[in-house]
Design a protein. Structure first.
Ligand SMILES: Nc1ncnc2c1ncn2[C@@H]1O[C@H](COP(=O)(O)OP(=O)(O)OP(=O)(O)O)[C@@H](O)[C@H]1O
Ligand SMILES: [Mg+2]
Length: 232
């Protein structure tokens, strides 16, 4: 089977005050379709940096990255944007909702880009928001919602186009334990029933424990990569 994600010696250097800083140190990683992966590690260890590269939101300084067989370094911005919209849903650590739009509109946006029919996309946006317990928030703008509510809107938006790959950066970071369990249930259900590949960055051991594969980062490098045996 072809890997969904393949990183070869992936490096990301940031220049801070004129000094190079190695945020990712030649990371090698293969993720197969249908995996459910947790990425853990201390603050500053490079987790978001990796996720941003995997999602085509940032470019590597060296090395190569293949996503669904596409060599990302070879794609120009419009091609990269098309691939992103067709393939993946991204849940940002800082939500990144559009402040002037309602929750409903924020969730509809990826479906507008995908040119989905208006009735269909509105129904789907309502259904996703309802599934995440946000019926009462559909008309609200991000500033009128709590952090946990905004996080759930961001999750609904990521699921809108039924992505094959979900990249979620601390999706439960702003949630209480009950809502966090519901969000994880949704993600594990998508993984099991649709075969959606899910990669979750988390500080929460109970979230990581629900993932069959757990990758730990430290100082820009993978320090452990453990998989549970497949259920028989
Ligand atoms: N745009 C940037 N410019 C300069 N340095 C950056 C930039 N983005 C990240 N860094 C640095 O790279 C390192 C890794 O950052 P990253 O955001 O990937 O950490 P993280 O593991 O996601 O941490 P956290 O758990 O706090 O979210 C940090 O030292 C950070 O300061
Ligand atoms: Mg981060």
């Amino acid at each position: 089977m072809e890997a969904l994600i393949e990183c070869r010696s992936l490096r990301r250097i940031f220049v801070i005050g004129g000094e190079p800083f190695l945020a990712l140190r030649d990371v090698n990683l293969r993720i197969m379709p249908g995996e459910l992966v947790a990425i853990t590690g201390p603050s500053g260890s490079g987790k978001s940096t990796l996720l941003n590269l995997l999602g085509g939101l940032d470019r590597a300084s060296a090395g190569s990255l293949y996503l669904a067989g596409e060599h990302l370094e070879a794609l120009d911005e419009p091609a990269l944007a098309r691939l992103r919209n067709a393939l993946l849903g991204f849940v940002f650590q800082q939500f990144n909702l559009l402040p002037r739009y309602s929750a409903l509109r924020n969730v509809e946006l990826p479906m507008i880009y995908a040119e989905m029919d208006v009735d269909q996309r509105r129904r789907r946006a309502y259904a996703l928001l309802a599934e995440l317990g946000l019926e009462a928030q559909v008309r609200k703008k991000p500033t009128q919602m709590s952090g946990g509510q905004q996080q759930r809107v961001a999750i609904a938006r990521a699921l809108a186009n039924r992505p094959r790959l979900i990249l979620a950066d601390e999706p439960t970071g702003a949630l209480d334990s009950k809502t966090s369990a519901e969000v994880m249930k949704l993600l594990t259900h998508l993984n099991e029933s649709e075969g959606t590949t899910v990669i979750v960055v988390t500080h929460d051991a109970s979230v990581a424990a629900q993932c069959r594969r757990r990758i730990a980062f430290s100082d820009g490098a993978i320090v452990s990569d453990e998989s549970e045996a497949a259920p028989t």
